[in-house]
Design a protein around this ligand. Sequence first.
Ligand code: GTP
Length: 374
Amino acid sequence: MKTLIPVTIVTGFLGSGKTTLLRSLIERRQTRRLALLINEFGEVAIDGALIRETAGTQAHIQIVDFPYGLIAYGDDALFIPTMQAIAARRFDVDHVLIETSGLALPTAVMEMLQSAELADDFILDATLAIVDTPLLLSNQFDVDGTDDTLETVANSVAALFERQLEYADVVVLNKIDGLDDAALLLAETALRQRAPNIRFLELAYDAKLDIRLALGLRLHQPTKIEHAHSYTLLPSMPCPQAGVLDNQSRLNGHAHSGLSGHSHGLRTHQHFHEQDPGWLSFVLRCDAAQHEAAFKAAMLAVSIAEPVLRSKGFICLADAAGTLLVQGVRTRLQLHAATEPGARTRSELVFIGYHLKRQQVAAKLSELTGTLWQ
Ligand SMILES: Nc1nc2c(ncn2[C@@H]2O[C@H](COP(=O)(O)OP(=O)(O)OP(=O)(O)O)[C@@H](O)[C@H]2O)c(=O)[nH]1
């Protein structure tokens, strides 16, 4: 019998730190040969470019971009052939990592892994949900109690966030640098209130996760019933080397607690977002050079005025001063010197939001930077 190739799904809301965490896993992969499938909601593959930057020319790391749409959802014709191609090169792959879009549920991939085309080659290792802990603590994932429809940003975000938690085996509290023990305990409580069935909780400082707690967890086993495949959860974390985190005491002994029966019930729901067309993404481009301070102030103003939940891309600075990588999560904006190969001549930004209006964002950004964005 063929050995099944383990697959880890990395899910989490927009900007929670999935790509950053994957980059740190690549750095710590030791001898593991990895295949990575990177799905972004926006049409420009920024995350794939960043992961390639980390992987460099390392052998035994394959990266496949899935820009546009949602990986393994109904209209994705790429997922099964890509996985089959990986299976055909199984001698060169120890583990597959799939980063889903921040607007996707992991269930679409989970379901596909159980399909007749893939179930004989792959096994779900675990689903990790990455959480932006400061956003969680600032109640940004709360339901808007004044409106019980999905037609508000808050309710749409809350619904998606809770479903991502619901289907995760391991929830990772990320962006916890700077948080004290009391804040971590509050975050754990807030998570458990939302998703009482969370099985394992991990901490990632600076998006770094102990690789033994991320890969090779073997939390699922295949079950074949006639011609249907399904996964059964294992009752505990069986990985022999999977010790507890060094810093587990920071959660006051609560880490790894909370095992309770939960079932993925894959066939019983629709994947979120197939029903919610309010999420939009577009790219704005600008040929004029940008001034860092003015650009930063303009982005902050745009993010406050418009429902921008995520922005990312590259800007070209004036006087050939180089390129900056732009990473915005709501109103938090980070600019870093980009180390892309090849010179860029055009700034390019992806915006993602709920009922976000392209023309309004373009007009405001153009006005505030004094350069034409379109
Ligand atoms: N301070 C801090 N910032 C982080 C951490 N992890 C990620 N970030 C920052 O958060 C921003 C978003 O990180 P990404 O890794 O791109 O998030 P993502 O989940 O892949 O984003 P999408 O794919 O767009 O949903 C970037 O500016 C990161 O540098 C962390 O642990 N601490």
